[in-house]
Ligand binder design. Structure first.
Ligand code: ADP
Ligand code: MG
Length: 258
């Protein structure tokens, strides 16, 4: 390739912001010459470099946006510790088909049984598949909505929570929600209804939700209707994983002292 054509090509790539391709160009040209590639093969390889870079950029943006609190993946989850849990069902959820029809997931159970971990694993799978996801706790969501109401950008914040394909709302019910917070949560759930999936974790059996919503059973009921209409409910009733680990360590120590 003549020097002029080469410079012009670099210019085109830069103008089109195909920076990864521009950077790979000299190496790919050498390779094409050595391996006697056709024009088509050369161009395919060059553009593949750019496509890969663009996918990687998007993945890292989604990753930062999602604010997942831990790097957990489903392969880290120890199913043997939770024999009551339907492994097949969880693996089916990890295929992310549930996102297609905005199915919600409710993870219900006492502290320490892996609710947050499972929610985060599913959100990570979603991010890696290119779906916009976002993690929040119920308390953070309530605080942000409260600020939004004061600062006059309620609508903007509602759109923010409506937008991701998957919204994780962790720890619903740990703290009783004030009426305003319950209303905010209800709004978010309503906006997403049939449009985007919510993965919600809670320590409260569904029948006790009235309690978490300041005894306002009508808001709790309306929210549950929307959440449960198209949903998968997973109740985890096994032992706390943290306690299990403690016990195992204590037993090992005791054994070692003999
Ligand atoms: P929950 O949200 O139900 O209170 P977490 O998901 O926070 O529980 O789990 C508590 C801790 O135990 C976390 O560090 C989590 O990684 C770990 N854990 C819980 N269940 C499992 C499991 N089945 N396999 C591996 N780690 C687990
Ligand atoms: Mg948790």
């Amino acid at each position: 390739m003549g020097a002029d054509a080469y410079q012009a090509l670099r210019g085109h790539l830069a103008h089109l912001r195909l920076l990864a391709a521009a950077e790979a160009l000299p190496g790919e040209l050498d390779h094409a010459r050595d391996a006697k590639l056709s024009h088509t093969e050369f161009l395919e390889r060059l553009l593949a470099v750019e496509v890969e870079a663009s996918l990687a950029r998007r993945r890292s943006l989604l990753e930062r946006f999602a604010r997942l609190p831990a790097p957990w993946r489903l392969s880290d989850f120890d199913f043997s510790a939770q024999p009551g849990l339907d492994k097949k069902l969880v693996e089916d959820l990890a295929t992310l088909r549930f996102l297609d029809d905005a199915t919600n997931i409710l993870l219900v159970g006492p502290p320490g049984v892996g609710k947050t971990m499972l929610a985060v694993c599913l959100a990570r799978a979603a991010v890696e598949a290119g779906h916009r996801s976002y993690y929040t706790t119920a308390a953070d969501l309530a605080a942000r909505c409260h600020r939004a109401a004061l600062e006059g950008n309620w609508e903007q914040v509602m759109r923010f929570y409506a937008n991701p394909a998957l919204l994780v709302i962790d720890e619903v019910g740990y703290l009783p929600l004030a009426q305003e917070a319950a209303a905010a949560l209800f709004q978010v759930v309503s906006r997403r209804y049939l449009r985007g999936s919510v993965c919600l974790t809670t320590n409260l059996a569904v029948g006790l939700w009235g309690k978490a919503f300041g005894e306002d059973t009508s808001v709790a009921g309306a929210m549950l209707d929307r959440l449960l209409h198209r949903s998968v409910v997973i109740s985890i009733s096994g032992d706390s994983y943290r306690m299990r680990a403690h016990r195992a360590r204590a037993e090992r120590l005791r054994g070692g002292q003999k």
